[in-house]
Design a protein around this ligand. Structure first.
Ligand code: NAD
Ligand code: IPM
Ligand code: MN
Length: 372
């Protein structure tokens, strides 16, 4: 029996999670997999009613789970960051889910951003607990903390001319990115390990080591080491060039390992290559702890409550959860059901110009699964 915490969350989160649960029920019944679900009503509604974002008590109940299935977090009624950082990032950090696994695969029949018959099949391994996501930063205003401002001014002026006249600055904001050696090593090792399992002969490391020399200089050292210890080639690419190549020649990429922020940005671009945000799955993985699976997309307030959301990303995220729990066959059958539904070009939700509702799409995957 696997204990699963379910956080449907905000906007289209509950709509897509419902479809994923439907499909999971059928595959688990067939395969004799026992999942014991418990729902947690986190998100905007809960916050606006109780003032609570995520309690320590909820965290300890989630600690009892093997995995978490999440819809989306974020709501226009709540200031940006309150729920995203307060729930999503807090959970990723608390459970030390240092790998954000984001497969980018274009299924046959799906109209994607690029024309032509494309063979897009790459895996992003996004570092998930460090970089500019650590939340270290501050605003410094005149009067509020002259000492702090003086310190920053001196630190930077001693190092080099940053091109800003801090003497006349009465307010500034700064945010710091951190890469630790251990943090880089474990996620980079995971990427090389995955490359080995997939038979890929090259890992692409994404950074901006020409500007952010400290953090990504250290990152590169770990890529060098992993490449020689795994006996797999590596290439270093700057993030701006990766954006270019992903559009011009996405077939060249197989396994990419990226720091947190660049991975966030590039996987939305990746989602466009696979048909849109509605198709993209992800897993926040701690290989020896509680992992959390969620579609790449957010709460999509513009379409929430209308039955317009594409549930495929959420369904594939739950397949990724089964895969991680050790049920490779079950995960594969779920993916095959999704593929067969999408391949005839008729089953399409509104995001790809179709008329199917969220529920109808979920039902179609369910039927494909049943007839397999
Ligand atoms: P978004 O991903 O919610 O939406 C971007 C666009 O894609 C919208 O036009 C939306 O309608 C469309 N879209 C997204 N998912 C779709 C689906 N399944 N089917 C069809 N169309 C879909 O990003 P946003 O608008 O930048 O953010 C909205 C809120 O979600 C914000 O509060 C943001 O912070 C939050 N967010 C949360 C997550 C998460 O929970 N993992 C991820 C990204 C954004
Ligand atoms: C994602 C989201 C989150 C991120 C936000 C909502 C905190 O964009 O899962 O891609 O930046 O990781
Ligand atoms: Mn994102």
């Amino acid at each position: 029996m696997h204990k699963i915490g379910v956080i449907p969350g905000d906007g289209i989160g509950p709509e897509v999670v419902r479809e994923a649960r439907k499909v999971l029920d059928v595959i688990c019944e067939r395969k004799g997999i026992q999942l014991d679900f418990e729902e947690f009503p986190l998100g905007a509604a809960h916050y606006l009613k109780t003032g609570e974002v995520l309690s320590d008590e909820t965290i300890s109940r989630l600690e009892e789970k093997e995995s978490i299935l999440l819809g989306a977090m974020g709501d226009p009624r709540v200031s940006p960051g309150v729920l995203e950082k307060g729930v999503l990032l807090r959970l990723r950090f608390h459970f030390d889910q240092y790998v954000n696994l984001r497969p980018v695969k274009l299924f046959q029949g799906v109209p994607a951003a690029l024309a032509g018959d494309r063979k897009i099949d790459m895996h992003f391994i996004r570092e998930n607990t460090e970089d500019f996501y650590v939340g270290l930063g501050s605003r410094v205003r005149t009067g509020s903390s002259r000492e702090q401002l003086k310190l920053i001014r001196e630190t930077y002026e001693v190092k080099f001319d940053i091109g800003i006249d801090l003497k006349d600055t009465d307010e500034l904001a700064y945010q710091i990115g951190i890469i630790t050696r251990q943090g880089a090593r474990r996620v980079i090792d995971y990427a090389f390990d995955l490359a080995k399992k997939k038979g890929a002969d090259l890992v692409t490391s994404v950074d901006k080591a020409n500007v952010l020399t400290e953090v990504y200089g250290l990152w590169r050292e770990e890529v060098e080491k992993a490449s020689s210890s795994y006996g797999i080639e590596k290439e270093f690419q700057y993030v701006d060039a990766v954006a270019l190549h992903m559009v011009r020649n996405p077939e060249r990429f197989k396994v990419l390992v990226t720091p947190n922020l660049f991975g966030d940005i590039l996987t939305d671009l990746g989602a466009a290559l696979q048909g849109g945000l509605g198709f993209a799955p992800s897993g926040n993985i701690n290989p020896s702890g509680v992992s959390m699976f969620e579609p790449v997309h957010g709460s999509a307030p513009d379409i929430a409550g209308k039955g317009l959301a594409n549930p495929v990303g959420a369904i594939l995220s739950s397949a990724l959860m089964l895969d991680t729990l050790g049920y490779k066959d079950a995960a594969h059958e779920m993916e095959s059901a999704v593929m067969s539904v999408l391949s005839d070009g008729k089953h399409r939700t509104a995001d790809v110009g179709g008329k199917m509702s969220t529920t109808a799409m979920g039902d179609a995957v369910l039927n494909a699964l049943k007839s397999q």
